[in-house]
Write a protein that binds this ligand. Structure first.
Ligand SMILES: [Zn+2]
Length: 105
């Protein structure tokens, strides 16, 4: 699965609302839980457990080529891993990233 291609195709789909990129991924400024869609009091600035469903919500920046395309999202743990992998592939440092992820868990 190429997450970058998926994200780009989703973003270019004019029928899509601006609140849901895909399941488990929401724009950070929407300030909603990607698991249960509860509203947060304010957008997250870092990883935080949802006060409603108690699951960890991760903050990530989607891979971008230009700074103006930078998109910050609130995502589930699985999506956060996917984005980390996409970033690592962008940087050509996939192996290094895998080590970092497993040691961080
Ligand atoms: Zn929640």
């Amino acid at each position: 699965m190429n997450i970058i291609r998926i994200i780009k195709s989703l973003l270019s789909n004019s029928n899509l609302g601006n609140t849901s990129l895909e399941e488990g991924m929401l724009l950070l400024e929407d300030a909603k839980c990607p698991y249960c869609h509860s509203n947060f009091e304010k957008p997250l600035s870092r990883k935080k457990a949802c006060p409603v469903c108690r699951q960890d919500v991760f903050v990530r920046t989607l891979p971008f080529k230009n700074e103006k395309d930078r998109i910050r999202v609130a995502v589930t743990e699985q999506k956060a891993k996917n984005i980390d992998i996409a970033w690592a592939k962008e940087k050509g440092a996939y192996d290094e990233m895998q080590t970092r992820w497993t040691s961080r868990a």
